[in-house]
Design a protein around this ligand. Structure first.
Ligand code: LRH
Ligand code: MN
Length: 384
């Protein structure tokens, strides 16, 4: 395996919403220079690609990134040297969805929610995106509040309608999450539920693994290995957490877990573009500067990938065959404990980039420019 070639071909997708203001229910801290519209978000995302060389796509979130002309937005992205990645639906912020969107017992509410999902496919057509990402906040807070089985029937009906609408080369990724905002049942709570719905629908339906959406202690790399083996791993929403869905920088809380996940990706052939695994970030930079936060996150995934690619498959297979437990573990730990920063700095120089993206961005004056320019107007955010 040509490690450098594989690393050069790596593509990470940054989320438009990471460039806007975000926070918790306690406070959303505004920052200087924050974008006011999707065009400025794309400009910031292009900076991340300019300094890392491996972040050529930006995921959009609708309606946070609603514009008059999506084809024009897509052209703007191309002019900036990036492309439009996954289109994220949003059926979690409308008053009508308090008791559920596609799972709501009210057929009118379900029709409204489905309408939004189908509108997102229209936006895929207009932007050239081939991926729709579906996350449902749907769930209940108290036993008996609604019928668990009936909600699954309603969910399956909506997913089938979206699946039907998908065009040639298009797919949807179903995202699961253990809890929040619902605190008793969540209608897509785990990988098994997402997987079962996707298997029933067909090849255009795959599962997205958000690394912040599991119960503490869950072995995420096992889920990754399993879904890859089944051809049902559509992608990742990378972030990290110490407690719940903290949406912190990927690899910042548990770099060893990120390495183990990327090792199963490498082992399962997930770095081969033909498998179509989307490596997306889904993070919120509540207190840290946003563009450097994204650059650091892309570098964290790149470092974990480089370490995973350094695992000696021959030595590992031999030790595993011989039942050499410590030997096998040592093969993985040797790779993990290898400092890959010089390798990656060299790779960037070969790509004509500065060896240290963080230092290069800091010296660029881009932040000072946007802080001076972006005065007035409504800073972008979750609008929650
Ligand atoms: C839900 C989620 C989902 C997005 C949202 C921004 O927690 O992970 O992927 O729609 O965050
Ligand atoms: Mn997510």
């Amino acid at each position: 395996m040509d490690i450098k070639a594989t690393l050069r071909a790596q593509h990470i997708e940054t989320p438009s919403w990471a460039y806007g203001n975000s926070g918790t229910r306690f406070k959303v801290f505004a920052q200087q220079g924050v974008p006011r519209d999707p065009y400025e978000k794309l400009a910031d995302a292009a900076q991340v690609h300019a300094y890392t060389g491996i972040a050529p796509a930006v995921a959009l979130h609708i309606p946070w990134d609603k514009v008059e002309d999506y084809a024009e937005l897509s052209r703007h992205a191309r002019d900036l040297g990036v492309g439009i990645g996954a289109i994220n639906s949003n059926v979690f912020q409308d008053e009508d969805y308090k008791l559920g969107s596609v799972t709501n017992s009210d057929p009118a509410v379900r029709r409204k929610a489905l309408g939004h999902l189908l509108e997102c496919v229209d936006i895929m057509d207009a932007t050239g995106s081939d991926t729709l990402k579906l996350w449902f906040s749907d769930g209940t807070n108290y036993p008996g509040q609604d019928d668990i089985r009936a909600r699954q029937d309603r969910l399956a009906e909506a997913l089938a309608a979206v699946y039907e609408r998908l065009g040639e080369g298009q797919r949807f990724l179903l995202e699961y999450k253990l809890f929040e905002p619902a605190f008793y049942t969540t209608d897509v709570p785990d990988w098994g539920t997402a997987y079962a719905h996707c298997v029933k629908l067909g090849p255009k339906a795959q599962v997205v693994v958000d690394t912040g959406h599991h119960a503490p202690g869950v072995n995420i790399e096992f889920i990754v290995a399993f879904l890859l083996r089944e051809g049902k791993l559509g992608g990742f929403d990378f972030n990290s957490r110490f407690y719940a869905d903290d949406d912190l920088m990927v690899g910042s809380a548990d770099p060893f877990q990120l390495f183990r996940i990327m090792y199963e990706v490498v082992r399962g052939g997930g770095l081969d573009p033909a498998t179509g695994v989307a490596f997306m970030l889904d993070q919120c930079h509540n207190i840290e500067p946003k563009i450097p936060g994204q650059i650091r996150s892309v570098m964290n995934v790149q470092e974990a990938t480089a370490k995973a690619l350094l695992v000696d498959p021959g030595a590992l297979a031999a030790a595993q065959r011989e039942g050499d437990v410590l030997g096998a573990n040592a093969v993985l730990m040797d790779a993990y404990n290898t400092d890959v920063r010089p390798l990656l700095a060299g790779l960037r120089e070969e790509l004509g980039l500065a060896p240290d993206p963080m230092a290069a961005y800091a010296k660029s004056g881009y932040f000072e420019k946007i802080a001076a320019e972006r005065v007035g107007g409504q800073q972008a955010g979750w609008g929650a």
